[in-house]
Design a protein around this ligand. Structure first.
Ligand SMILES: Nc1ncnc2c1ncn2[C@@H]1O[C@H](COP(=O)(O)OP(=O)(O)OP(=O)(O)O)[C@@H](O)[C@H]1O
Length: 630
């Protein structure tokens, strides 16, 4: 991708945003149509037939409502993640106008939404809603970036590839965290950057740890830092690391979107705990007293005049209280060394503040339009991520084709090459055998397993039965020729594979019987239909069954993968994006089992190489060996 001018770049971005908006609205309309067809939950963006099981008042007076199914059965698979904007409406409400809210917590059987007001109705539905406000903020930032002039354009030109990034000599740095050599090198490289540096962090290599050290060093040098990420979860992961190494970290954003344990860092709580807030509360109470006094019946001659005076006084007190509160908020922000936020920045709150350093974690999950709000506030920018894992989610197929799915980080790594990034190479997650293939394919063979994980075995967990302890680290079971075909999910468009699902159930049972705790097992399927099928069959508390997207950034001791695709034409759909498979293959710490059809997958060069590698290591089995089902 290349652009001749900033104008053509921003024109392109505006077009992409328009296409995304269209696609989102189209999807909502689709969901409504499905609702009439009687299957609104299939989309994963709607939950229906919910009742309120609990409610309480949360921070800043927001109403926190828990919703569950009638018999508290597990909720169907859905994309209503913590932080997602939703609308809660009564089932009988014909136009589903409802109350806007934000998902604030989720458990297998309940979902909690933070709302400003009680929605009408007795049975409820929750719909994910298009996030127009995010798009508007992005458009605003893009138009400001387009209009920059003079020296302010420097970072923009570097990001667009019109100018090359500049670096000072590598500084000597006394690290606070115990880092490995490539991590130290990345910290020094990022601190030497005069405009832009990139940290490439393959799975488990301590990218967030490294970023936290970069931020800490900047703060030690007296700088102010803005620490961002595309998702609330990624911001919280970064916040958690930062809060561990420095005191003055502030998290802005809807408190409902922040992990409970980190809420002490939120702006709402810090303001609430500030001395000035006690005065503000007192002022509000005084204003209430004045209003009550004004309401008291009185027969005196000047009662009317007196009432007016009291009300005016109350109004003034309220105005002063609000003023003091705004002032307190700004003071709390000013006092923080580091401000953490998602890339959707509250412009009103941050005003015209600029930061010496802006870091973006999980930068490969951010689209081009998504980064400009943060970039505009930056003197220097550090991006951290892994372009060999999942790219940003894009709804519009047209925008995706034109390149919206390529993050700026991926684009820059491609165009500027190693001049602009440093790669972390020591990983702290996987047994070295599990690391080998992904390392060779995606990371130029550079990954090294740290001594603490290199020989990691399932037997290291307490209570593992001897039979399981001796099983190989990796097994691939091939269904080729066995007729274990994929199916289209009944009345859906996602794929499932009943026979593979049956095999997975057997594997999970064996692992549980072998002593692996359920919460140390992940079942990963690329297709939502297979996930739904397996969740129905395997209702084990603690066991996680999800799509690849649900596991990005996470790890488990044991991973079972079902590839699902098995058809005579070698069709592999989005398994063709091997970055998705890279994520699946790099989640397990010590044991991995996978099942798939080599005849279907093997037409693709990547899977052919994977299968070859597995065969060479004697980890290959055919389901024909199982005798029965084949
Ligand atoms: N230098 C180090 N020494 C020891 N442990 C480390 C070091 N760096 C990172 N780790 C450990 O490695 C794990 C992964 O670190 P971190 O969460 O920073 O990684 P990440 O690369 O951001 O993760 P992911 O790839 O999953 O996004 C953590 O448990 C962390 O404590």
């Amino acid at each position: 991708m290349g652009w001749a001018t900033p104008e053509s770049y921003f024109d392109q971005l505006e077009r992409w945003l328009a296409l995304e908006g269209e696609a989102e609205r189209e999807r909502l309309a689709d969901r409504r149509r499905q609702q009439r067809a009687g299957n609104p939950e299939r989309s994963g963006e709607t939950l229906v037939n919910l009742r309120v099981t609990d409610h309480r008042t949360g921070l800043a007076g927001r109403l926190l409502m828990d919703f569950a199914k009638p018999a508290s059965e597990p909720l169907p698979m859905n994309r209503l993640k913590v932080g997602a904007p939703v609308v809660v409406s009564g089932e009988d409400d014909p136009d589903l106008s409802g109350q806007p809210g934000v998902v604030s917590a989720r458990r297998p059987n309940t979902i909690q939404v933070a709302l400003d007001d009680w929605p009408e109705g007795r049975r409820f539905r929750i719909d994910l809603c298009p996030d127009e406000s995010t798009r508007l903020r992005q458009l605003g930032a893009m138009s400001r970036a387009r209009g920059l002039s003079g020296s302010a354009t420097r970072l923009r030109e570097v990001l667009l590839g019109f100018e090359t990034p500049r670096f000072n000599d590598l500084p000597r740095v006394e690290m606070v965290t115990a880092l490995n050599p490539p991590q130290e090198e990345a910290v020094r490289f990022a601190l030497a950057a005069r405009d832009l540096a990139i940290v490439h962090g393959p799975p488990g290599t301590g990218k967030t740890t490294t970023l936290a050290e970069i931020v800490l060093q900047a703060v030690r040098a007296g700088e102010k830092v803005l620490a961002c990420a595309a998702s609330n979860t990624a911001v919280d992961n970064l916040l958690e690391k930062l809060a561990g190494v420095m005191p003055s970290v502030l998290r802005v954003g809807h408190p409902a979107r922040v992990f409970e344990a980190l809420r002490g860092h939120t702006l709402d709580e810090l303001v609430e705990n500030d001395e000035a807030s006690a005065i503000v509360r007192e002022m509000h109470r005084d204003a209430d007293r004045l209003l009550r006094a004004a309401d008291k019946p009185s027969r005196s001659r000047d009662a009317h005049q007196r009432r007016r005076e009291l009300r005016a006084e109350a109004r003034e007190l309220r105005r002063d209280a609000r003023h003091l509160e705004r002032h307190t908020i700004q003071q709390v922000i000013d006092a923080a060394d580091v401000v953490c936020t998602t890339l959707t920045i509250d412009e009103e709150l941050l005003g015209d503040r600029r930061f010496d350093l802006v870091v973006i974690d999980e930068a490969c999950q951010a689209t081009e339009p998504a980064v400009w709000q943060a970039v505009l506030r930056a003197e220097r920018l550090v991006l951290a991520g892994d372009h060999c894992q999942l790219p940003p989610t894009v709804l519009s197929a047209e925008a995706a084709r034109e390149g919206l799915g390529v993050s700026p980080m991926e684009r820059l790594v491609g165009s500027a090459g190693s001049d602009v990034f440093r790669r972390l190479t020591v990983q702290y997650r996987m047994h070295e055998r599990l690391m080998a293939f992904p390392s060779a394919r995606f990371y130029a063979g550079e990954l090294v397993a740290d001594a603490s994980v290199r020989g990691r075995r399932i037997a290291d967990l307490p209570g593992i039965q001897p039979e399981l302890a001796e099983r190989p680290i990796l097994e691939f079971w091939d269904t080729a020729g066995a007729g274990w075909d994929e199916q289209l999910e009944p009345d859906g468009s996602s794929k499932q594979n009943l026979k593979e699902a049956g095999w997975v159930v057997g594997q999970v049972r064996e692992l549980l019987e072998g002593g692996v705790p359920a919460d140390e097992i992940a079942v990963i399927a690329p297709y939502a239909a297979q996930v739904r099928l397996l969740r129905g069959r395997l209702q084990v508390p603690g066991l996680e069954i999800d799509t690849v997207d649900g596991f990005q950034g996470r790890e488990k001791e044991v991973v079972v993968i079902t590839f699902v695709r098995s058809n005579p034409t070698g069709e592999i759909g989005f398994l063709g994006d091997t970055r998705r498979t890279n994520v699946a293959l790099t989640r397990a710490r010590s044991l991995m089992r996978a099942i798939g059809d080599s005849a279907t997958l093997g037409g693709n060069e990547f899977y052919a190489a994977l299968l070859d590698d597995i065969q060479q290591h004697g980890e290959y089995h055919s389901v024909w060996e199982l005798g029965d089902g084949a």
